[in-house]
Design a protein. Structure first.
Length: 170
């Protein structure tokens, strides 16, 4: 028997983990509505289909064009980082969940991968008052993500990187 036959696939493992809202929201929050969940190869070419799928859902929520554009930038940055760095030279999977907090009218984007553990929020923000030639390379994309979203949180649980981003739509 092939050893891998006994091992659950990435999708199965993620589905099992996602079945428990505790992974993301503590004991659960009944005001959160799962809008869409996508399992994608973590490759740059999937940024456009991912963004299109999220925008389709945002339009249903009457999301402003400004907020939608900001979320598009965030998707591009976060997914590009997963595709470029999480799995090294290999291609892995990523799950993106889109939730709506109906009470606060927040959109919640959750990015999950099983790549190398990495907390993008732990680094200090770059000094944007310095000229580009005086700043260290890196960190500007995550800085922009933190500025565009209302809340950003990172967890590493069950061998998964989990980045939870919240944006108010009002």
């Amino acid at each position: 028997m092939n050893r891998n036959e006994d091992r659950p696939t990435f999708g199965e493992k993620m589905k099992n983990a996602l079945a428990s809202e505790k992974l993301f929201h503590g004991e659960g929050n009944s005001k959160l509505k799962l809008i869409r969940e996508m399992i994608l190869d973590a490759v740059i070419e999937n940024i456009t289909p991912l963004t299109d799928a999220v925008n389709e859902e945002l339009e249903k929520l009457n999301c402003s064009l400004r907020a939608q554009n900001q979320i598009d930038i965030v998707i591009d940055e976060v997914f590009a980082n997963i595709a470029s760095y999480a799995y090294g030279d290999k291609t892995g999977k990523a799950i993106v969940r889109l939730e709506h907090d109906q009470e606060n009218n927040d959109i919640i984007l959750i990015f999950i991968d099983e790549g190398m553990p990495f907390d993008p929020l732990k680094n200090e923000d770059p000094d944007v008052t310095l000229g580009y030639d005086k700043r260290e390379i890196g960190g500007l994309g995550v800085f922009i993500v933190k500025k565009l979203m209302n809340k950003a949180e990172y967890r590493f649980a069950d061998k998964k990187n989990i980045l939870i981003l919240r944006k108010n739509l009002d």
